[in-house]
Design a protein around this ligand. Structure first.
Ligand code: GLU
Length: 279
């Protein structure tokens, strides 16, 4: 009888030990979800000054400010945000794979993208423009692009627009990010960088006067908050947050803070926009 008891006790102990091992692994790794439980994962750009920019471990820019405001309204404090880099080409896949909960990364709302993802917003309206070297006088607008070499980013509406509108007259080089395009412009590999005016204003400002924005926007880019396709309830909550950000003056402050010193002014004809997408 005693022997049976001790055998049972031993078995019980082993069982407890096994449970503990599983529990310990789970607590360290948060059972497979890393340290992301209870947090919101937000995709932004890391290399676009004024919009989404990684600066010695912190994140700054207009997209970051809008993201923080929206996250707060959704019930997440700043330290409950996990920032993830969302390069132009990877945004749809990141939302489809569930790598992020939302994307605020100068992400234009388009019908083509709406086949894969949904949007809330818009929270800003930019326009595609051109960035050239300071001493360039040959490019004064999109009408001067004949024979020019342009740089833009793979997976952006900017590259698509060049292919649709100027395919026969320009040479297009595609890069993973706009910072790489600015480098190509510095070194004379291309004659202009093309994307949204607010992005170009940040790059021009970072170049300390070596690059200038042409200032003749030729599209409207409605910046949306990318979310998983079909999540109408989430879109509604995000739209309410954007609406409140515009109403309480935080939106205007964020625009001013993040474009200070660049000379950039948002197009007042379209800004601030009405966030009604995706509901
Ligand atoms: N807004 C444009 C887009 O969504 C260009 C900027 C970007 O690549 O993020 O494609």
């Amino acid at each position: 009888m005693n022997r049976v008891k001790t055998a049972l006790a031993r078995l019980w102990k082993r069982l407890l030990a096994a449970v503990c091992v599983v529990a310990c692994i789970c607590s360290v790794a948060a059972c497979g979800s890393g340290d992301e439980t209870g947090k919101i994962r937000i995709g932004i750009k890391f290399d676009q000054p004024g919009l989404g920019f990684k600066k010695s471990g912190t994140y700054v820019g207009f997209d970051v400010d809008v993201a923080k405001y929206v996250a707060k309204q959704l019930g997440y404090s700043e330290d409950e945000i996990v920032w993830k880099e969302a390069p132009s080409k990877q945004r749809e896949a990141m939302l489809q794979n569930g790598d992020v909960d939302m994307i605020l990364a100068t992400y234009s709302i388009t019908d083509a993208r709406k086949n894969a993802v949904s949007f809330a917003g818009p929270y800003f309206v930019a326009g595609q423009d051109l960035l050239v070297r300071r001493d360039d006088t040959s490019i004064k607008g999109p009408e001067d692009l004949n024979g020019k070499r342009l740089c833009s980013v793979t997976g952006s509406t900017s590259a698509t627009t060049v292919k649709e509108k100027f395919a026969n007259e320009v040479q297009l080089m595609e890069q993973p990010g706009y910072a790489e395009c600015a480098t190509a412009l510095f070194s004379g590999i291309v004659d202009a960088v093309t994307t949204d005016d607010i992005i170009l204003a940040g790059l021009a400002s970072a170049s300390r006067g070596k690059l200038k924005v042409v200032g003749k926007p030729f599209t409207q880019e409605y910046y949306g908050v990318g979310i998983k396709k079909g999540d109408k309830a989430f879109a509604k909550k995000i739209n309410a947050a954007i609406e409140s950000m515009i109403k309480d003056g935080a939106w205007q402050r964020a625009v001013e803070d993040n474009t200070k010193g660049t000379g950039y002014k948002p197009n007042a004809q379209y800004n601030p926009p009405k966030p009604t997408e995706g509901e």
